[in-house]
Design a protein around this ligand. Structure first.
Ligand code: AMP
Ligand code: MN
Ligand code: MN
Ligand code: MN
Length: 304
């Protein structure tokens, strides 16, 4: 059968990945490599959601247009809520919106200061050059703790990134600098004002009691939040079941995203997401997506 211009939208969440990173934040693939890999893995609708930056969108869009993949313009915003860091994904945003970009610029300024401060704190632990080394790994893009983890691994201070977080970079560890990120209300407001939908990223990852989680979701909804990630690369089957129930109970839309950072993170590659559980309403349900025929990397139409 050859593919016509009106390809039916696949079932939820087959072919949808609403949470990925490129090297514009702490991923390892360029935006176009990411798009190519997603396309090869069967992803049809891909959101690029770099941390606190939308710089990768233009390159990703060019690659997506060439392959007939639908790119959703996204971002993952760092938030401080009651001394905890939360991540709020914005989907389907207008990246040129001023309020959003001013907010993200403020977070990147804090990020830069924090990286220097992390370097100073690690120096007190006799780790020299951590800021400079991590900045080099970040190649002029934002500097995240992921870059510090890579530096610590490369220099032989730890065996792997998990140990880097456990020993140096995690909350309360010597290199940890408490966040002064956006408030929950600000992050949602920036996303909504940019015409997008706000999604609580990987809710199972936060160390919140059931009561605090409920409070956070209540505030999130009050300020205009729309969805939670039910499916995440870091969610166990139990967590998927649990957050599907919470989405239904609170009336949130459900999102699905791998949180892919690069091929080296083999626990969650692109194109492997399970379908959303019964009863979940996908966050993309009401989007007007124009499915184009898939093409190969030379722009030739694929037939299946
Ligand atoms: P930052 O936004 O700079 O504080 O960095 C947070 C990023 O570090 C997250 O987006 C993850 O990619 C990564 N990260 C957080 N915790 C861990 C961990 N335990 N092991 C590996 N990577 C982690
Ligand atoms: Mn990350
Ligand atoms: Mn995150
Ligand atoms: Mn992420």
């Amino acid at each position: 059968m050859s593919i016509s211009n009106s390809v039916p939208i696949p079932m939820p969440s087959q072919g949808y990945d609403m949470h990925t990173h490129s090297l514009r934040s702490d991923g390892t693939l360029t935006p176009s490599e990411l798009v190519q890999r997603a396309h090869a893995a069967g992803v049809r609708v891909l959101a690029l959601t770099d941390h606190d930056v939308t710089d990768g969108i233009a390159e990703a869009q060019t690659a997506a247009d060439r392959l007939g993949l639908i790119l959703i313009v996204g971002v993952e915003i760092s938030v401080t809520w009651q001394n905890q860091t939360l991540h709020i994904v914005g989907l389907n945003i207008n990246p040129d919106q001023t309020e959003l970009q001013q907010g993200l610029a403020r977070l990147r300024e804090f990020r830069l200061w924090r990286a220097e401060e992390m370097g100073r704190r690690l120096r007190k632990k006799r780790i020299e050059g951590a800021y400079e080394g991590s900045a080099r790994l970040a190649q002029g893009m934002i500097i995240s703790r992921t870059h510090f983890a890579r530096f610590l691994v490369d220099q032989g201070y730890v065996r792997g990134p998990q140990q880097a977080f456990r020993q140096f970079l995690g909350r309360g560890k010597p290199g940890y600098v408490p966040g002064r990120w956006a408030s929950l209300a600000e992050a949602v407001q920036w996303i909504v004002s940019a015409g997008g939908q706000a999604v609580v990223a990987h809710p199972a990852r936060y160390k919140l009691s059931a009561g605090k989680l409920r409070q956070m979701l209540g505030e999130f909804r009050e300020c205009g939040g729309a969805a939670i990630e039910v499916i995440s690369g870091s969610h166990s089957p139990d967590a998927i079941h649990h957050f599907a129930g919470i989405a239904r109970e609170h009336g949130f839309l459900a999102s699905a995203g791998s949180d892919f950072h690069g091929p080296q993170n083999t626990w969650m590659d692109l194109g492997r997401l399970p379908a959303l559980p019964e009863g979940c309403v996908p966050v993309w349900q009401e989007w007007d997506l124009e499915m184009k025929p898939l093409t190969n990397s030379d722009g030739c139409r694929l037939v299946n």
